[in-house]
Design a protein around this ligand. Structure first.
Ligand code: G4P
Length: 293
């Protein structure tokens, strides 16, 4: 069987070309695209090529995993997209929160012209067809399962959309392509890759685990000091490096090796796991610029 573990997937130019072709072919079959991104990393979890890839179709953006993101910042991102003339909705595909707004919002905004055209030409009964697009691990299969109301889709993290097409019938005379398009994550710079590794969207071995946790702790100390203090009950000051913070966490948790040395590797695994599962609170890693530019 093909290994579909996200951590082992490698994106090569050949994969990307195949993905582009598959997405273009499937786009011809749908009325709109549902682009799913991570509310904690709305920029880094977005493949920049999606704009040109899907330029021929109306699109809605779902800021998924909003249960893990800072709600104020998520609202700021929704407004940011609005300023960019993109309709965005905050959702949680694990619980289904926010998804009841998807079809009404789609029909009232993104698909307004199509709906009006169909009304005029007596085609109101035609189904609205959608496809889901997003990078691995962002929540595509969770979304489809939620919308379809059953566990019918096992999404494979392999390039493109290759299986036989099936349509899932949803409410409101809507049909969803039962196979999302898997976009490749794009690491234009190291900071993008690091944020994707923090959330577990890509393998965390892009850096050693301690370096990754140190960077996360420094970010938290600066942007979410309360979360850090509440979770780990540590005191620190601005001059503390990521390493010092990691040692403080390890010490507090009793992660000591023989000789009294702190097991910073165990502490690093703990910090990353706890961040990813939301135990550190609702945290967003990227903030929209105030001007929206
Ligand atoms: P994909 O198809 O885009 O690759 O993503 P998938 O739906 O498989 O979701 C990847 C992981 O993200 C899953 O966790 C899933 O439960 C989780 N997830 C999806 N949407 C949300 C959300 O809105 N909030 C939260 N908190 N998590 C979400 P997993 O640990 O891989 O699987 P599982 O143990 O949850 O089944």
């Amino acid at each position: 069987m093909e290994n579909t573990d996200m951590k082992t997937i490698q994106w090569f130019p050949g994969h990307m070309a195949k993905t582009r072709r598959a997405i273009s072919a499937n786009l011809k079959l749908v009325d709109a695209v549902v682009e799913i991104i991570d509310a904690r990393t709305p920029m880094s979890s977005r493949n920049p090529e999606i704009d040109s890839l899907t330029s021929s179709k109306p699109r809605i953006v779902l800021l998924n995993k909003c249960d893990l993101a800072d709600s104020k910042v998520t609202s700021a991102w929704v407004n940011y997209f609005k300023r960019e003339n993109v309709t965005a909705l905050a959702v949680d595909c694990k619980s289904g929160k926010g998804l009841n707004k998807l079809m009404p919002v789609l029909k009232a905004t993104v698909l307004k012209n199509l709906m009006e055209k169909r009304q005029k030409s007596g085609m109101v009964g035609a189904p609205v067809r959608l496809m889901v697009l997003g990078i691995p691990n962002v929540g595509k299969s969770s979304l489809i399962n939620r919308l379809a109301g059953s566990k019918r889709t096992k999404v494979e993290d392999r390039p493109g959309v290759t299986r036989t097409k099936q349509w899932v019938k949803l409410q409101d005379n809507t049909e969803l392509l039962d196979m999302p398009g898997v976009l490749w994550p794009k690491f234009e710079d190291q900071s993008t890759a690091i944020k994707l590794a923090f959330t577990g969207a890509i393998s965390d071995d892009i850096l050693d685990i301690e370096t990754l946790a140190m960077k996360l702790l420094s970010f938290l100390a600066e942007n979410y000091p309360q979360s850090l203090k509440e979770r780990y009950k540590i005191e620190y000051d601005e001059s503390d490096s990521g390493y010092v913070l990691l040692e403080k966490v390890g010490k507090k948790r009793g992660m000591v090796i023989s000789g009294g040395e702190i097991n910073t590797e165990r502490a690093a695994v703990t910090v990353l796991d706890e961040f990813r599962s939301g135990k550190l609170g609702r945290i967003t890693l990227e903030f929209p610029s105030v001007s929206g530019e």
